[in-house]
Ligand binder design. Structure first.
Ligand SMILES: NC(=O)c1ccc[n+]([C@@H]2O[C@H](COP(=O)([O-])OP(=O)(O)OC[C@H]3O[C@@H](n4cnc5c(N)ncnc54)[C@H](OP(=O)(O)O)[C@@H]3O)[C@@H](O)[C@H]2O)c1
Length: 291
């Protein structure tokens, strides 16, 4: 079984560690490097996982996952590169994976031994409960098998898809920042429910379950549509887009139509588009400073 080193045992490192164990990986195949002693102790006690220095953890791993803050990447890269050079001289195959937002694969490729395979991943916070979505972008030297190996790792904390690295800023703006947009929407709907006469706990339960249920319904329809039936055709007559599902719950002259008209009048679509573009621009600016 592949040996996995997680460098950085913060919230994302822990989410990955927990997910890997949950999906059946053995504790003997995992090692974590975490510089905060209290945090390292917590991880060792909670997951019975081995905690090691960066170089030791990286040297003997097939997958080296870098999960430190973007500003700490440069600092750990020298140690990782040294370990990678030793592993290379032992002919061990290594794949380097970074979840650090905004740090390009080219930075890793420049520091690691020539030709090192590097995969950049943008997960999101729902990964902490195994319900994230991770976008993978491969560097110059990654084989399809190596990319599949990384996809298998992130599969344990939610969905996985692959994009070109040039799309990572757009991914960051949509799924990276997306949970915050969602939480703001929940906050606004709960407050509105309270204004409409509901108690806060009741409004909260109603809003959160409505959001979760609607997302589950949409996911179910999308899955159905993507699964061809026995004849190889997409099942007919099934609403598969958000727009179709919205139309289905909007009866003519009804309550939902009245509510939706106000959302459109308030410019919801344009505001969401502005938010995504602003986040993408900010992600581009941060990437430039990191480089
Ligand atoms: N959390 C998310 O939802 C999310 C989503 C997408 C991407 N990411 C990316 O994932 C990365 C990690 O995020 P996070 O939220 O898990 O951050 P975090 O909580 O700060 O975790 C990073 C951990 O790595 C430790 N560390 C730093 N340098 C180290 C070193 N030289 N050796 C060993 N351990 C070291 C840090 O210790 P100190 O506390 O002492 O610094 C910290 O405990 C970031 O690059 C972020 O961009 C996170």
């Amino acid at each position: 079984m592949a040996r996995i080193a997680i460098i950085g045992g913060g919230s994302m490192g822990e989410a990955l560690l927990a997910g890997l164990l949950r999906s059946g990986r053995q504790v003997k195949d995992l090692v974590v490097s975490e510089r905060m002693p209290d945090r390292a102790k917590y991880l060792a006690e909670t997951y019975s996982v081995q905690v090691a220095a960066v170089g030791d953890a990286a040297e003997h791993a097939n997958f080296v996952v870098i999960a430190v803050k973007p500003t700490d990447v440069e600092q750990i890269l020298d140690e990782v590169a040294e370990a990678a050079a030793k592993a290379e001289s032992d002919s061990a195959e290594q794949v380097f994976v970074s979840v650090a937002a905004g740090v390009p694969t080219s930075l890793f490729e420049a520091k690691l031994p020539a030709g090192s395979p590097v995969v950049r991943v943008m997960p999101n916070t729902p990964a902490l409960v195994g319900a994230g979505i991770s976008a993978l972008a491969k560097g110059r030297f990654v084989t399809p098998e190596q990319l599949k190996g990384v996809a298998d790792l992130f599969d344990c904390v939610g969905g996985v898809l692959t994009v070109a690295e040039t799309q990572m800023d757009a991914v960051t703006a949509v799924s990276g920042s997306g949970p915050a947009y969602f939480f703001l929407m929940v906050e606004a709907m709960v407050d509105a429910g309270v204004a409409a006469g509901l108690s806060r706990p009741v409004a909260t339960d109603l809003v959160v379950q409505t959001m979760a249920g609607s997302a589950a319904m949409l996911l179910d329809r999308l899955d159905n549509a993507r699964r061809p039936d026995a004849d190889g055709a997409v099942p007919a007559g099934v609403d598969t887009t958000a727009a179709q599902l919205r139309a289905t719950v909007t009866s003519p002259g009804g309550t939902t139509a009245a509510g939706l008209r106000e959302l459109e009048r308030g410019g919801l679509r344009a505001t969401v588009a502005d938010a995504v573009f602003a986040a993408k621009t900010r992600s581009e600016q941060l990437g430039i400073t990191t480089e």
